[in-house]
Design a protein around this ligand. Sequence first.
Ligand code: SF4
Length: 394
Amino acid sequence: MTASNPDGTQDFGVYVHIPFCATRCDYCDFATWTDRQHLQDSYVDACVTDLRRRVEEGLVPLASSVFFGGGTPSLLPPEQLMTILGEIPRTSTAEVTVECNPDSIDRSGLDIYRAHGVNRLSFGVQSFDEQVLAGLGRTHNPANVERVVADARLAGFDNFNLDLIYGTPGESVDQWLATVNSAIALNPPHLSMYALTVEPGTPMGANVRAGALAPDDDDQATKYELADELLTKAKMPWYEISNWAQVGYECRHNLLHWATGDYLAIGCAAHGHRARSRYWNLRTPERYIAAIAAQESPEAGSEVLDLNAQREEEFVLALRTSTGVSARKVDPEVISACVDAGLIDHIASTDRLVLTRRGRLLATEVTVRLLAGNNAGPRYDGVLTAMGKDRPSV
Ligand code: SF4
């Protein structure tokens, strides 16, 4: 996997964080607020100013992908969100994604997105079962998902993602299968599915500490395997542990992340990557707005990766994808042991190692074993911690 194009140019992404939600879901610990709507105008102005400055400084190559995440980007008036997009220099074929809550976007808003160059939508669905949605503290009506998908197609979007969550306590296997089948019935080009995780500091975390049921590992493993079977039959193969797509609809922005490409962070709490360093912006919208107004950098911190750490990050992220990693980098005895245990396939034609379905369920353990037998030597603690962070937002 690579972020380089055949013509030698490098892919480049822009991530814009929109930190506003109508209500907070019980499981969510993202940087988003439900009582800051009065900051929306000044926040959008700050994002626009931040972008203009960086473009003037020559720090923003043409973007091959733009991703508006959150929070709930679709909570902003569409014209206002599009003023930010208008400041982002991008290629004529750039993938431009907006995360949407099915409750907060309608046909006219989708038309505005489309007219301004948005060509991919990502809908936070999580479940088609009202009881499960209530267990997650979600407010949308599952019927709205069908409505919004139909509206998206009418507005000209052929590329969209549905986010699902599996393993909510109380969700039966049948309820989960019904959700996956409902999603497949909408013929989505892309699906992301995440195991519910209980984060400390969330209402769900407090409930579990008080004795409420927590997600069960075995239940989540069963649901992952069943869903993977259904999606494979529906011609949506996995291309990353938590992502499935029809061929040609893999998310370019995600692929850029997994190829450790460069992306710019705009907005509070946004994370970016340039050359060999990761950086992150101030966490709250107030502090981000204040920093931009004071003509200061909104960056709160950064971490420079040495060459070994960078190689290891590339290895870990690539192993999560269906492209896998080169077998030449791993001790043959470790490969044999993992193949015998049914954790990886060694693809002879490409000499690459790819996680099996069982290996995907045990990805962290497999990664540790392969890295221990990796010629570069194990230095993977930070990377493995980062691996746990891909969860759905909107
Ligand atoms: S899960 Fe999404 S919609 Fe729910 S509070 Fe978090 S960011 Fe907002």
